[in-house]
Design a protein around this ligand. Structure first.
Ligand SMILES: Cc1cc2nc3c(=O)[nH]c(=O)nc-3n(C[C@H](O)[C@H](O)[C@H](O)COP(=O)(O)O)c2cc1C
Length: 192
């Protein structure tokens, strides 16, 4: 397990080929079996493998994102550039073939926590299965225009739920050049 944790990196350059269905099922199971506050299991996983929908939502999200752009010394990833690293990227979902939006109740204190632990479970299983993943925060910004609102209706997202974040999945384009992790910052562990 530690080996997988150390190996997982955010992947943003994907092959167009769709991920295998049995791998997707395992990844979803990892999400379903994540811890949840009070054992409520409130997270809903909306799996979209429709390329045009994913592209349109990713573009809406990009248009609604205003990241601090990278500098020579401060950047997200040189190997797998994010929208903060490369202003020419127009799709905040990086053309990933599978985009899973995690929805959770608006009025629940632990919705973000529940989605985050589910997402990490999913990304670790994805890594074990040779599938690249990326966590995308502020999921609601992908739906913040009439097209996005229409998609929410089509998907029958229950009233009172909101898009917390997305997990992108796909085979890494640079399978042979898996990104290296940044060195860990020191002094982050306190022992008493
Ligand atoms: C809460 C959160 C939000 C994130 N949002 C984005 C995002 O919107 N776009 C993106 O490309 N990466 C996003 N990431 C991925 C981070 O950029 C990535 O985890 C970080 O740079 C460390 O790289 P690593 O995942 O390869 O270790 C997010 C990660 C977290 C935990």
């Amino acid at each position: 397990m530690l080996k997988t944790i150390l190996h997982r990196r955010s992947i943003r350059r994907f092959e167009q080929e769709q991920i295998a269905e049995d791998a997707l099922q395992d990844i979803l199971q990892a999400g379903l079996y994540a811890p949840s506050a009070g054992g409520r299991q409130g997270v809903i996983f909306a799996v979209c493998q429709n390329q045009s929908v994913n592209e349109r939502l990713g573009k809406i999200k990009r248009a609604n994102s205003h990241p601090h752009m990278a500098t020579e010394t401060s950047y997200v990833s040189k190997e797998q550039p994010s929208i903060a690293d490369d202003p020419t990227i127009t799709n905040a979902f990086y053309d990933a073939p599978t985009v899973i939006t995690l929805f959770a109740p608006k009025n629940f204190l632990f919705s973000v926590d529940d989605c985050a632990v589910a997402a990490e479970n999913m990304m670790l299983v994805a890594d074990e299965l040779g599938i690249g993943s990326c966590y995308i925060g502020q999921g609601w910004t992908a739906f913040a225009d009439p097209y996005g609102q229409d998609i929410l209706r089509q998907w029958n997202i229950p009233h009172g739920y909101y898009a917390v974040m997305q997990v992108l999945l796909g085979y890494s384009k640079e399978h042979d050049a898996h990104p290296a992790s940044k060195p860990r910052k020191s002094h982050r562990i306190l022992r008493f």
